[in-house]
Every structure is written in structure tokens, then in C-alpha cells.
Design a protein around this ligand. Sequence first.
Ligand SMILES: NCc1[nH]cc(CCC(=O)O)c1CC(=O)O
Length: 312
Amino acid sequence: MTASTIRIATRASQLALWQAEHVAALLRAAHPDLNVEIVHISTIGDRDQTEPLANMGGQGVFTREVQHALLDNRADVAVHSLKDLPTQSATDELFLAAIPAREEVADVLVLPADSDQQADLDSLPEGARIGTGSMRRQAQLLHYRPDFQVSSIRGNVETRLRKLDEGEYDAIVLAAAGLKRLKLENRISLKLGPPLMLAAVGQGALGLECRTSDQATRDYLAALNEPYTSAAATAERALLNELKAGCHAPVGTNSHLAEDSGQLMLEGVVLSTDGKQRLYGKATASMTDAEQLGRQLAQGLLDQGAAPLIDV
Ligand SMILES: NCc1[nH]cc(CCC(=O)O)c1CC(=O)O
């Protein structure tokens, strides 16, 4: 009998390649007889580094073309950064089959390589120029320091670090997960966590998709699902979905799972893009009710008046 082959589709960025290789290694470890190949796909999100992401066909700009490779049968598995994957699937033909163990969730502040600034938000100068295109990061920074001059920054992680080091910004905000995966942890100047900075829904996690009809691949991927990460991500995604917000909306979340009791705590914030308004909610439920928990928290935020803040 010949061994089965699984083809993993990935974008060409270093981070995407790392994530694809990571999933390949997990698949080989779980299924030693499986032959795992990697297929490279180029996306407009990667090719066009000039436009702000929000103007570029919006949601799913990083995930769509990798998904097409699955639908065209050029590959069998798509590896996504879960935070880039829209909560509403564009088609029933694709299935989110597994969410493996999560990397660190937090965002971090990065200072220029030659900076003599102290790494804390309070000692950055008045009007400091902060690079981040994320409405969620911008709004939470402005809520804390309205004097900051926040502006968009594009490109993959390495490009953003180069722009920072060339002096375009006094600091930038990135996900800890991306820096750690690229072995650039030494660039982390300061961890930004709750209550100041709540992360994006699904941040630090991977989402593994395959064709809904491909039962063999669904079974292979199921072995890579990590139940705690999966429950937390399910609650976070239900929150975003019920808010009818996309991954570019000023919505942040934090979740904590007590593994002994199986209780899942979920926090959410919705801000105005200028950071002046900030709505906060928190709820707890059994991890088996993750989806319901996310919806309930969303309802609480909508009752506080979240809808007009999201519709930006
Ligand atoms: N939108 C870009 C993106 N998508 C996933 C990551 C890093 C990994 C993660 O957050 O899960 C990044 C870079 C960043 O936000 O710094």
C-alpha cells in the first residue's frame, strides 16, 4: 500500500512558512506514515504592501487565496493565523478542522534597535509616533495615551521592524506570537496585556482548514486539535461573530481557562477608533458552552451600545 500524501498550502511570508512547517511537523508526529508536502501560494495581502489592509478587499485578504488552493484541489490543508480568518466562512465547502495549542496571546511594544528609551508606555515622549494599522491596537493605545500619534504600518514582521529601525516610528506594536515564531523574541521591549491591551480574537492560535468533503484529512487534522485552545478560540470567535465585527474592528478579547474546573472566563472590549469610548464586559461559563459564552458577552456589549463603535 502506498502512503497517503497531504499537501499544506501556505503564503510565502517567513511567518506563514514557519506555521506551515510547524503543522507539517505536528502531522508527521501524529501520523508517522503520512507523507506531508508544502505548496506555496502568493496572496494580494502579501504582494501589495502599500494600501492599508482595511482598503484591500477587507476581511480575508490573507486567507482567501490559500483557501482557493483547497477548493481547486491544489492543496488539502490551509494553515491560517486564526486571527486573520473571518468568523463567517465564505463557503460550506471548507471546514475548520483543528485549532492546535496556542502560542503566547499578548501584543508587545517594540522600540527601534538603537533606542535609549525606557521600555514602558509612560516614558515615551509626548506625541510619540506609534506604528500599527490595527484599529484595536490604535484605539487601546489612544485610550491610555491620547497624545500618541498612531499611524498605519504595512508589510510582514521583518519589514515592519526595518521601518521601525530606519526611524519612521518611535515604537511599533506586534503580536508576541509572530516574533517568537521568527526567533525575534529579543526585539520584544515590553509586553502589553490586559487591562490596557486586549488581544485580537484568535491571536497566537492557528486554524487548520480542509475541504468539508475530505473526511480522511479531517480525521488526520482532528489529532492536532487542542481542546483548551479550541474552546477559548470558539468563545472569542463567537463574540466577534455576534458583534457582527470583522478582524479589523476595534474589538479586543482575553480568555482564561481554569483547566481543573473547566471554567472559561472571557473578557471583551469595544472602543471608538479615537480611544475615547471604551466598553468592557466579562462572563464565565463551562468550556463546553464556549460558543454560548461568546454570544452572551457580545449581547452584553451590544446592550452597552457597542454597535455604532464597530461599524467603522
Ligand atoms: N495580521 C498579521 C498577523 N497575523 C498573525 C500575526 C502574528 C501571529 C498571531 O498574532 O497569531 C500577524 C502579525 C502581527 O500581528 O504582529
